[in-house]
Design a protein around this ligand. Structure first.
Ligand code: NI
Ligand code: MN
Length: 227
């Protein structure tokens, strides 16, 4: 089981050959200029919400791959409007779990806002908990620290992908608290450095995590890590 980081919150899981892409945003990310978006061909695309830095390449990647796109109901409506065929869109909602060939995915709470690029209401922003052959992975999406995260404490999470850039989401200090709330000791940092307001001191982030029982991974853009 592997994860490749494409910058911002764009992550591709490889679940023993089934590829799952989250929050496609590559073309407009100057930090990801070495990534050719046309080489990304997932089987599934999950959207945490409709902000541009999470969906900008959805239509391109979907067209190239024929991937099935999953999102909360209102964001899924926007996905259909981008020309994605009805049978390639799965809408669900908070608290719901979908069963897919690689495992199950539950949609969970996030504290943020959500509109789609056409200015419409996108439903609530969300995170996802993947359960793949007993391995549990939390992708938080864009979120502030919230007490609701404590609801994930007894799941037995193996990995958590948490925003650490601050300004629009949690920062490093809140991500450390979030790791406690969700009872997970392996964090991969996302949603940092792409724009000036979310530039962080990476060494300081690593040092802060070093003082806790939680490990922080910051893969380079294009790098693949083993989960
Ligand atoms: Ni956002
Ligand atoms: Mn964002």
């Amino acid at each position: 089981m592997k994860a490749t980081y494409y910058g911002q919150s764009c992550v591709e899981f490889d679940f023993d050959g089934i590829k799952v892409l989250l929050d496609p945003f590559v073309t407009y990310n100057p930090l990801a200029k070495d990534i050719d978006v046309n080489t990304i061909k997932p089987d599934y695309i999950f959207l945490s919400h409709g902000h541009q830095d999470h969906v900008a390449d959805m239509a391109t990647v979907q067209k190239n791959s024929g991937a099935t796109v999953l999102a909360i109901v209102e964001t899924a409506e926007w996905v259909r409007k981008q020309g994605v065929p009805e049978d390639k869109v799965i809408e669900f909602n908070l608290g719901g779990t979908v069963q897919l060939p690689f495992g199950s995915v539950k949609m969970v709470y996030a504290v943020h806002t959500n509109s789609t690029p056409d200015g419409q209401y996108g439903g609530l922003p969300v995170g996802f908990v993947f359960n793949v052959k007993g391995k549990k992975i939390y992708f938080a999406g864009d979120t502030a620290l919230t007490m609701e995260m404590k609801l994930l404490a007894d799941i037995g999470l193996d990995w958590a992908f948490l925003p650490i850039g601050g300004y629009y989401t949690m920062d490093v200090d809140d991500a450390i608290k979030a790791a406690e709330f969700i009872n997970c000791d392996r964090v991969v940092g996302i949603h940092y450095d792409s724009f000036p307001p979310i530039k962080i001191d990476k060494q300081l982030a690593l040092d802060k995590f070093q003082n806790t029982d939680v490990s922080l991974s910051l893969p380079k853009i294009g790098e693949t890590i083993e989960l």
